[in-house]
Design a protein around this ligand. Sequence first.
Ligand SMILES: Nc1ncnc2c1ncn2[C@@H]1O[C@H](COP(=O)(O)OP(=O)(O)OP(=O)(O)O)[C@@H](O)[C@H]1O
Length: 237
Amino acid sequence: MTEAALPLVLRGVSYAFGEGELRRPVLRAVDLEVRPGEIVLLTGPSGSGKTTLLTLIGALRAMQEGSCRVLGQELAGASEAQRVQLRRRIGFIFQQHNLLGFLTARQNVAMALELAPGRGERERLAEAGRMLAAVGLGDRGESMPDQLSGGQRQRVAVARALAGRPGLILADEPTAALDRQSGGEVVRLLRDLARQRGVAILLVTHDPRILDLADRIIAMEDGRVVPAPQADPVRTG
Ligand SMILES: Nc1ncnc2c1ncn2[C@@H]1O[C@H](COP(=O)(O)OP(=O)(O)OP(=O)(O)O)[C@@H](O)[C@H]1O
């Protein structure tokens, strides 16, 4: 596969916070490639730069050095308008599900389709219902977030992230607030649905319990990508 067809290609990405004497490098010449349908887990100690990397890739902060191509868009030198456009083509999942408490599960998912051209409210809600069924919550569409368990809320977040038909999903500690069983279920579901749709996933985690769900594990240390211990090849999925 040519580089241009990959959902994510980073070359020599460096980033620093602060200026002058206070300048503190956080990312140092990071190279990374992710293929369509692949799930890559990003691990490493606190402060090693994982979240900074994820926010650069998610076009949530401006690049400083190197090249970062996301879904065909080069982010080095990209305008704010280009970054906004790109963000709409990425699915985000956070540690806290970030659902709106005053909307039903189905309305929360439908929100991700708000910008889909030519779709009316009815069609968006129908599509949201289909996505909820795909995550096993077909009968909970009218529930409010606080009527759902933590694992169910995170499954709604998975449905919302996939509903916008992204080419890439970025997830930051999606299992941090979940027990072992629901954490594993949520990530397995996310992986399987993303694979079927050819969506790549880059997932930051400290959770050793989900490492065996990865196609590939990479580790960061002090702003660099270092060889990571690969998970047990006996796959659970
Ligand atoms: N807005 C900021 N201003 C200054 N320094 C920052 C800022 N955001 C992060 N940092 C610093 O950059 C370094 C990397 O932070 P980052 O959040 O990317 O690490 P991380 O690997 O995601 O850590 P964790 O696993 O704890 O979330 C840390 O030393 C952090 O203190």
